[in-house]
Design a protein. Structure first.
Length: 255
C-alpha cells in the first residue's frame, strides 16, 4: 500500500497535433462521429461506447454501488499522508509540477511545457477493481484533464479516465508511450464545471465502466493491459498552460 510511482507520458493535442510532441496516438484512430459515440477504427483496437446523461445529476447521486463482496483496500481523505503518496515535485523540459497535502486535499499544481500526462500510483497490482476520487480544478486552463489512472504497469503503460473543466470526459490507453483515445473528449452533462466531481471506474476483466458523479458516461472493452496499480492522473493537451487541481477521498475496492 505504500508503493508510489510518479510518471509522465506525452500525447497529442486533442484540438490538433502539437508539432513539439514526440508521441501521438497511432495511425488508425479517428475523431468521434457526429452522434457523440466515438469509436476506434483499427481492427486491432477495441470499440468504445458512451452513455450521455440527458440531464445534470443531482448532488446526492455521486456514489456508485460497489460490486457485492468486494473489500475496501484504501480509503484516504488526505488528512495525513499515511498511504505514502508522492509529494514534492519536478521540473524538466516537459513540465513543472508540485504535489502537496494541504488542508485535507492532495494538491497538484502543474505547468505544461509540452503536451503530457502524469500519474501517481499507489498499492500493489490489481486486476478487478473499483477506484474513485473526488477532484476539483481551482485554477488554470479548461483543457487540462484530471481523474484516475489504472492498470499501471510502468511509467509508459496504463489507462486513464477523467474529465476536463470544459465539461468533457475521456478514456485512453497508453502502451510504450503510444497513447490511444478510446473515448475521445465527449461533452457530458454529468461533469460539474468549476465544482467537485466524483470520478469512478469499475474494471472487471477487459470491461471498464466509467462514471462521473454517479452517472455512467463510458463503457470500454479492452484487454491490452490485464493488471496493474491504480492512482491519480493529470494531463495537458497544450503548451505553456497551467492548472491547479485538488483531489480528495480516494477509494479502492477489490474482490
Amino acid at each position: 500500500m505504500g508503493i508510489v510511482i510518479g510518471s509522465l507520458f506525452l500525447f497529442g493535442d486533442r484540438f490538433g497535433q502539437d508539432p513539439g510532441v514526440t508521441s501521438v496516438p497511432p495511425a488508425g484512430t479517428s475523431a468521434p462521429p457526429a452522434t457523440g459515440v466515438p469509436s476506434v477504427t483499427s481492427a486491432a483496437l477495441p470499440t468504445a461506447t458512451v452513455s450521455i446523461p440527458t440531464a445534470p445529476p443531482t448532488p446526492t447521486d455521486s456514489t456508485v454501488p460497489v460490486p457485492p463482496g468486494w473489500r475496501l483496500i484504501i480509503s484516504d481523505p488526505f488528512d495525513t499522508n499515511g498511504n505514502g503518496w508522492e509529494t514534492g515535485g519536478f521540473s524538466n523540459e516537459w513540465a513543472t509540477q508540485q504535489w502537496d497535502l494541504l488542508s485535507g486535499k492532495y494538491h497538484w499544481v502543474a505547468m505544461a511545457h509540452r503536451s503530457y500526462a502524469t500519474e501517481n500510483a499507489i498499492g500493489g497490482s490489481v486486476t478487478d477493481f473499483y477506484v474513485s476520487v473526488v477532484a476539483i480544478q481551482t485554477d488554470g486552463t479548461d483543457d487540462a484533464s484530471f481523474g484516475v489512472a489504472f492498470r499501471i504497469l510502468e511509467s509508459d503503460t496504463f489507462y486513464r479516465f477523467g474529465v476536463s473543466n470544459d465539461g468533457s470526459v475521456f478514456f485512453s490507453r497508453s502502451i510504450d508511450w503510444q497513447a490511444t483515445p478510446l473515448v475521445d473528449w465527449v461533452p457530458s452533462s454529468a461533469v460539474r464545471i468549476n465544482e467537485e466531481n466524483t470520478i469512478t471506474v469499475i474494471g472487471q476483466g477487459s470491461h471498464f465502466r466509467g462514471y462521473v458523479n454517479g452517472q455512467l458516461v463510458a463503457e470500454v472493452d479492452d484487454a491490452m493491459i490485464p493488471s496493474g496499480q491504480v492512482g491519480i492522473d493529470l494531463g495537458f493537451d497544450g503548451i505553456e498552460r497551467s492548472v491547479t487541481v485538488d483531489f480528495d477521498d480516494f477509494i479502492l475496492y477489490t474482490p
